[in-house]
Design a protein around this ligand. Structure first.
Ligand SMILES: [Zn+2]
Length: 275
């Protein structure tokens, strides 16, 4: 099989109680997560390293074999409790996109990610993830929608979140994942000014060498996925053939993020959405 791109998998939390899972809940079950990791290992996938990823995205190099990138958003305790060990069994690592204002706090249900029965990670736990090879990157400070902020608030989300992680961990933060997948051309310009090298959307597709570095694709894995839909997402980057057609048209139309801004401003019914 030729290497057609890297699946960037977008998870949130892991729950060992199936009764907690619903279509509104973005956790995946512990059993499913174990199956996902085992299948990827059995198929010969390994985690893309940070330097290799840079070469692929920034320098247009090809992946050196079958690669996958596990990503987790927000920063839930279940990553420390379950994901770290399961991924570690197969030599996989992951990138955690952290919303820094939540760290160490009890779980509060928010309007975005419906994750019940979990809490936010502490810095001590995050340091253990780092020691296990995880990369900790930014998902903003307050998990705000970045298209509706004042300039001052946008700069805080982009700059403060990076500084807090760098100061607490002594690592480099130069990747960003947009809360809700929402971004504008202005957001991308602020990321560049702050020193970010790449950013992840929730656009479908596989990550290609030399791809759009501030709008890299990621595909959400959730508890509605069966093993069949998981395999389709990993191997194609899309949920379905119709999702693939729509996404490819959108990618052409949204060639420049400023064009996307204009379309979203003037024709909200255009409806290509994020996926
Ligand atoms: Zn999020």
């Amino acid at each position: 099989m030729s290497v057609s791109g890297i699946p960037v998998l977008n998870y949130h939390a892991i729950d060992n109680n199936e009764a907690n899972l619903s279509s509104r809940n973005v956790s995946v079950s512990l059993a499913s997560f174990k199956e996902h990791a085992a299948w990827l290992h059995q198929q010969g996938y390994s985690s893309v390293g940070k330097d290799e990823l840079r070469d692929i995205v920034l320098n247009g190099k090809k992946p050196n074999g079958k690669r996958v990138l596990f990503t987790f958003d927000d920063g839930y305790y279940s990553l420390y409790k379950y994901a770290m060990e399961i991924l570690g069994q197969y030599g996989f690592t992951a990138t955690l996109f952290l919303s820094t204002s939540f760290i160490g706090k009890p779980y509060e249900q928010k309007d975005f990610d419906f994750v019940s029965h979990d809490r936010q990670l502490t810095w001590e736990e995050i340091k253990v993830l780092v020691a296990n090879g995880w990369s900790i990157q930014s998902h903003g400070y307050n998990h705000f929608r970045l298209n509706s902020l004042s300039h001052e608030d946008l700069v805080r989300e982009v700059v403060l979140s990076k500084q807090i992680i760098e100061q607490n961990l002594g690592t480099v933060v130069d990747e960003f994942a947009f809360p809700y997948g929402i971004y504008t051309n202005n957001v991308i310009q602020e990321l560049k000014k702050a020193g970010y090298k790449m950013a992840y959307s929730v656009h479908s597709g596989l990550l290609q060498s030399g791809g759009r570095r501030y709008r890299l694709p990621r595909i959400e894995i959730n508890n509605m996925d069966t093993m069949d839909t998981f395999i389709t997402k990993v191997t194609t980057g899309y949920i379905s053939p119709s999702n693939e057609r729509r996404s490819k048209i959108r990618d052409i139309i949204y060639a420049h993020p400023a064009v996307k801004d204009m379309i979203e401003k003037w024709t909200p019914m255009f409806g290509f959405g994020n996926h």
